[in-house]
Design a protein. Structure first.
Length: 264
């Protein structure tokens, strides 16, 4: 039986949340500005005016002893900043967002939404926030490996409605495909610009102008020790493409991404 508010699972494995009618004018946003000063204003106003990606974490994550993954920091290649995370599933979603070409900035729990429900004050701070290319935002919570709690599902419905009211989106992310995660995690190790091809880029694009096994192009170009990191960085950044729903290996077929091919 699905918890309240969750109506199914989409193709990406994320839980689909049914937004509920909510008086969004009565939803407030609590956040801290870059200097650490706390604010509480209307969500409708804050979503338009506040640069949440520059705000610190509104509520920190506790360290729970005995857990394999503690809160930490992820270096984002999208923004060149460290972004906090509170758990392993959060780190995974942060990694996937960092590679998404639609995302231009990332933040961890920069805002908490507050509203009244049955005479009680209810609040929820989505775990991650992404700024998208069109200027809108994405709020995201991680359902975890065992699914979403009923409490999170109910609050997610209100957050989804509040996001929709300002032209944003909300996602309650389920566990992603483990093969995809393993592949992207490997490529993420080469996300830093120091691994970029630099002067080799024209030759790299030319080598993969027609789809071919990665190892064949690397051997043709020169020193594999120098070139493999550049190939992995190009796959992370989207200059090159490869199927990520299958395990990566040296003979995986790699090609130039369409946008790069059109510019070449």
């Amino acid at each position: 039986m699905k918890p309240g508010g969750v109506v199914g699972v989409d193709a990406a494995g994320d839980l689909k949340v049914s937004a509920v009618p909510v008086a969004t004018g009565r939803v407030d946003a609590c956040f801290r500005d870059p200097l650490g000063k706390a604010h509480q204003v209307s969500w409708l106003e804050a979503a338009q005016d506040v640069v949440f990606e520059d705000c610190p974490v509104i509520r920190s994550f506790p360290v729970r002893y005995g857990r394999r993954v503690a809160p930490g920091w992820w270096w984002s290649s999208t923004s060149g900043r460290l972004v906090a995370y509170g758990s392993g599933v959060m780190r995974t979603q942060l990694m996937l967002l960092d590679r998404d070409p639609a995302v231009v900035a990332l933040a961890c729990r920069p805002v908490e939404l507050v509203w009244r429900e049955d005479g009680k004050v209810v609040s929820h701070a989505p775990q991650l926030m992404a700024r998208l290319q069109d200027g809108s935002g994405l709020l995201l919570d991680c359902a975890g490996r065992i699914g979403s709690s009923a409490r999170l599902a109910e609050r997610a419905r209100v957050v989804a409605a509040a996001a929709e009211a300002v032209g944003w989106s909300y996602r309650l992310a389920g566990p992603p495909d483990p093969v995809l995660v393993a592949n992207v995690r490997w490529l993420a190790g080469y996300r830093h610009p120091r691994y970029a091809a630099g002067p080799w880029m024209p030759a790299l694009v030319e080598a993969f102008s027609s789809p071919r096994p990665a190892v064949e192009a690397v051997r043709k170009l020169g020193d594999p020790i120098a070139l493999w990191p550049a190939v992995f960085h190009a796959l992370w950044s989207g200059v090159l493409r490869v199927r990520l729903d299958e395990p990566l290996h040296e003979r995986a077929v790699v090609s130039v991404a369409r946008q790069e091919a059109g510019a070449a």
